[in-house]
Design a protein around this ligand. Structure first.
Ligand code: NAG
Ligand code: NAG
Length: 152
């Protein structure tokens, strides 16, 4: 029993000191902003994403209301145009790692998704607006952030 506690303590210390840092991202207009956003290997904007690789993004938020069916959407703003960015996930519940849908109002939620930068992309700079939508309420966004990306 004692050794189990010792191992747990060590594991916890390791976990706390591991290099997961949050990324400074921007708010969207009129939509609630996640508590933290973590983009792999990126502390501040612009985040450099490598073409033909996958970057994981995690966001933590408090569910603003009860939610059952949620979908992710990513809009890329490139040279004044807005293009929906294809995500490999159409059910955001599949990206929730600490709990399960349906979500209860006030629940702490950790959500993650992987973003693959297809080799068809050129080396450009873009702004990505990422939102989670409530499918049961006209696809209204309830969580959103924006981040400048530099594709390399
Ligand atoms: C993308 O990565 C895969 C596997 O890592 C590699 O086989 C492929 O050649 C790469 N494609 C391009 C266009 O770089
Ligand atoms: C993207 O932005 C960086 C600076 O943030 C700049 O150095 C680079 O030239 C830009 N790339 C393109 C393709 O505009």
């Amino acid at each position: 029993m004692k050794s189990t506690i010792a191992i747990l303590t060590i594991a916890l210390l390791f976990w706390q000191s591991s290099d997961v840092q949050s990324t400074e991202v921007s708010q969207c207009t009129d939509v609630s902003f996640p508590t933290t956003v973590e983009i792999e290997d990126c502390a501040e904007q612009p985040c450099i994403l490598h073409i033909n690789t996958t970057t994981s993004m995690t966001m933590k938020f408090k569910a603003p209301k009860n939610l059952e069916h949620i979908v992710p959407i990513a809009i890329a703003e490139v040279m004044g145009m807005e293009i929906q960015y294809p995500l490999d996930q159409d059910d955001a519940c599949a990206g929730i790692v600490n709990t399960q849908c349906p979500l209860e109002e006030g629940e702490d939620v950790e959500y993650t998704f992987d973003m693959f930068i297809s080799p068809i992309f050129p080396k450009i700079n873009l702004t990505l607006e990422f939102s989670l939508l409530d499918e049961d309420q006209d696809d209204s966004a309830f969580e959103c952030f924006k981040v400048d990306l530099q594709l390399e």
